[in-house]
Design a protein. Structure first.
Ligand code: AMP
Ligand code: GLY
Length: 439
């Protein structure tokens, strides 16, 4: 069996590692826009190209006569790579262009939720005039202001964080309105965020363990938002502040969203749907959905797959197996990022990795913004690599990650030491308790 994997981040390296441990030992080809050394090592053929060049991806899949294409990032999905692959008769992991709009068009997502499961929406309005912007902000007061299209995690601003007061919210919303002709304004939700991802084959939906990532760049949730500095999952697949009943509600919400989107577009949703939820006083609300795995969350859940990963990925592209099982273990991963990230685009720095430390500690290094050069591995500017530990408890996994990072003693990169610590988890639980008590 031959599989083409598209993408070059930590998410895709974790997928490559999972596919490589399948009992069918698939041959891997990889299409990347920057050569991830971890994926390179696992692949028999490497292609270098743009994530928007879906014509090339399809030609390579045809030329290599692959049995399956796995798309990691959103960009090729938005450019219709799945539609092209399906036309060529090649099984592919990921939704069509129309269904990928669950990520690419936030106003469409809100409309679908309001039809299918309105209780999962915040109050919101897609504004197309200055009057609408001013009226909505005045009425709602505490708001989240967003461009309707993809923002790379950076276009959203919320009251109390990036926006202080009505005037600033209005100014930012009007800036987006002038640029895009529309802007989405939502009620600010109060609660704790978590991710529920599901595999879908268009008929069946299967949940993955819940994960929580740490979005802010620095300890104590300070600094700018990033793609995620690290994430954790528990052995029972829940989170310290999410009950089984809330998990089931989140799963049902995603099921209704997928059903409604499939009805709207008359197409089947294949691949993964990522639900970013906020657990609020009135239950789980959907903050956004993504048409791909979260990164770093994929590193946790894909590494925990007990069901053969090829059955899972091929299954989502065709028909899912009856059950998808995960190891009953906790996982913690923390990203190492270059000094200066994310405020600046740091210059590449060479990083010397002592592989023996990872072996001794029983931890893994998942490469992301990394390239191999003559002198060794280089951190290219964005998130460099994640350290992952799988253990019976979050506490043990967190300690193993910290010990590994300490012993690796890498120069030029830093991480968030508080991710998944008992103190941070306690803070999350206490925040949730205050929210539930309406304080
Ligand atoms: P998005 O790109 O829509 O996921 O937004 C990025 C981040 O902004 C989310 O993960 C939340 O932390 C925050 N955010 C977005 N919408 C809201 C909302 N309605 N209420 C509170 N926070 C929000
Ligand atoms: N970690 C959040 C995301 O991948 O969008």
């Amino acid at each position: 069996m031959k599989i083409l994997l598209v993408g070059h981040g930590g998410r895709e390296h974790a997928i490559a590692l999972a596919l490589a441990r399948s009992r069918v030992h698939p041959e891997l080809a990889a299409y990347m826009s920057s050569i991830n050394p971890g994926i390179e090592e696992l692949s028999s053929r490497i292609y270098n190209g743009s994530m928007q060049d879906v014509g090339s991806i399809t030609s390579i899949a045809k030329g290599e006569r692959v049995d399956l294409v796995v798309i990691g990032p959103e960009e090729p999905l938005m450019h219709g790579v799945i539609d092209q692959l399906l036309e060529a008769g090649i099984p592919a992991f990921g939704p069509t262009r129309a269904l990928a709009n669950l990520e690419g068009n936030k106003a469409l997502l809100r409309k679908i939720i309001s039809l299918a499961v309105p209780e999962a929406n915040p109050i919101y309005r897609e504004c197309v005039t200055r009057g609408q912007v001013c009226d909505t902000i005045h009425a709602v007061q505490n708001v989240a202001v967003k461009p309707v299209g993809l923002t790379g995690g950076k276009g959203v601003r919320v009251s109390g964080k990036q926006l202080s007061g009505e005037a600033e919210a209005e100014e930012y919303a009007l800036e987006i309105l002038v640029r895009d002709g529309k802007v989405l304004i939502e009620e600010l939700l109060d609660g704790e965020e978590y991710s529920q991802m599901v595999f879908s084959d268009g008929v069946h939906l299967m949940p993955m363990p819940l994960a929580q990532d740490a979005k802010y760049a620095y300890e104590g949730d300070q600094g700018l938002m990033t793609g995620g500095m690290g994430s954790y999952t528990q052995a029972d697949q829940l989170l310290p502040f999410v009950s089984e009943s809330d998990r089931q509600k989140s799963f049902e919400i995603l099921k209704k969203v997928i059903d409604a989107a499939q009805g709207e577009f008359g197409e089947a949703y294949h691949g993964v749907l990522y639900g970013q939820f906020m657990l609020t006083r009135s239950g789980p609300k959907l903050v956004e959905t993504n048409a791909r795995f979260g990164d770093p969350e994929a590193i946790n859940v894909v590494s925990l797959l007990r069901t053969d990963p090829v059955d899972v990925f091929m299954g989502a592209a065709t028909t899912l197996p009856d059950k998808i099982e995960f190891e009953p273990m906790a996982s913690v991963c923390k990203y190492l990022v270059p000094e200066g990230y994310p405020e600046t685009r740091p210059e590449p720095v060479s990083v010397q990795i002592a592989e023996s430390v990872l072996e001794e500690e029983g931890t893994r290094l998942i490469y992301a913004g990394a390239e191999r050069q003559r002198t060794g591995v280089v951190a290219t500017g964005s998130r460099f690599a994640a350290v992952l530990a799988v253990r019976p408890t979050v506490e043990a996994a967190e300690e193993a990650v910290e010990r590994t990072i300490h012993r690796l003693d890498l120069k030029g990169v830093r991480h968030r030491p508080d991710v998944a610590t008992p103190a941070l988890l306690k803070k999350r639980v206490e925040h949730m308790q205050r929210v539930m008590q309406g304080q």
